[in-house]
Design a protein around this ligand. Structure first.
Ligand SMILES: *Cc1c(COP(=O)(O)O)cnc(C)c1O
Length: 318
């Protein structure tokens, strides 16, 4: 399904990719996780290290952006623009990729009171040449912006057709067969959509939304049907993982992430990956995951933002 579309995108991408982005073409590593809880309940948990592909670009964001870079080129555009909050991993990655690909970039940032020096994420983006435009929340919500004909406009989070197609390449096809289930956190659900479309029907997908949003599940399922007439494999929504909403990081969650990192050596971000892993551990503890299960956890990255996550969670919750 969609394989020739993807093939064409990949070929063009490889032809034009600048050296600073080459490591992103590598297949992410898979590593087993050693954790007392997993061993006690005999659940195998491996981690797909999408966070490890590039020092600057957060895990899944590359997969959503890569075909957008190609698409902008295909259409002869010279600029790429998108939307995000002040701590957006997406705008951060976009700024870097665009600069490397020789495209200009515009970031529409939620919050008219902010400036380019509001935090290290925005400072990075500005230093990579992104033109930042700060929008009042109402304007942002309604996406009331205009761009010229030379600008490829990407939705918030990279959630468009090219983003979904890119996420279909996130899990190497042969790899998926080794697992009963794949687990990942969701913001827009774009990554989860691409992953579900690429997984064999026998592999379950567990999605942990980090937003408190009851509408995501329904719209996601409708989109899945638009993409594919065939019934997809099972999808399980873990709606108990958000801890109060986007960017909310209560102390219990922080200490879980700290303890998990200390015991396994795997650092997780508190906005996405930490919440999904928390959901997995809760389920294992409550015997909701059968012994003998083989689980692949997708590390979607996010740690370039963690350098300031205490101030970030304060601002996000405000
Ligand atoms: C953006 C992001 C996600 C969410 O991806 P969606 O495709 O929007 O669901 C998950 N994890 C991290 C670290 C992210 O930066």
């Amino acid at each position: 399904m969609f394989s020739s579309l993807i093939q064409d995108f990949e070929t063009e991408l490889r032809r034009e990719l600048p050296p600073a982005l080459e490591s992103l073409l590598c297949v992410p590593d898979v590593q087993p996780l050693q954790y007392e809880l997993f061993e006690r309940h005999r659940v195998q948990v491996d981690v797909l290290r999408c966070d490890d592909l590039h020092p600057m670009i957060s895990g899944n964001k590359w997969f959503k952006l890569k075909f957008n870079l190609v698409q902008a080129r295909r259409l002869g555009m010279t600029r790429i623009a998108s939307f995000g909050g002040a701590w957006s991993n997406h705008l951060h990655a976009l700024a870097f990729c665009a600069q490397q690909a020789g495209l200009e970039s515009i970031g529409f940032v939620r919050g008219e009171e902010l400036g380019a020096d509001a935090n290290p994420m925005l400072r990075d983006a500005a230093s990579w040449g992104m033109s930042l435009q700060f929008l009042a929340r109402q304007v942002y919500r309604e996406r009331k912006v205009t761009v010229d004909a030379q600008t490829w406009l990407v939705p918030e989070g990279g959630d468009n057709e090219q983003g979904v197609l890119g996420c279909m390449t996130l899990i190497p096809a042969q790899r998926a067969l080794d697992y009963d289930a794949v687990l990942l956190p969701a913001g827009t659900g774009c990554t989860a959509l691409g992953v579900r479309l690429s997984l064999p029907a026998g592999t379950a997908l567990w999605v942990a939304p980090v937003l408190r949003d009851d509408t995501l599940q329904r719209s996601w399922r409708a989109r899945l049907q638009q993409w594919s007439a065939q019934p997809a494999g099972p999808v399980d929504w873990w709606t108990d993982c958000h801890h109060g909403g986007y960017g909310k990081v209560p102390p219990g969650l922080l200490s879980f992430i700290h303890d998990f990192g200390h015991n396994t050596g795997l650092a997780l971000d508190p906005v996405y990956g930490g919440k999904a892993m928390w959901g997995l551990c809760e389920r294992i503890r409550h015997h909701a995951i059968p012994a003998g299960s083989r689980v692949l956890f997708v590390h979607t990255g996010g740690l370039q933002g963690a350098r300031g996550f205490q101030s970030m969670s304060r601002q996000l919750s405000g």
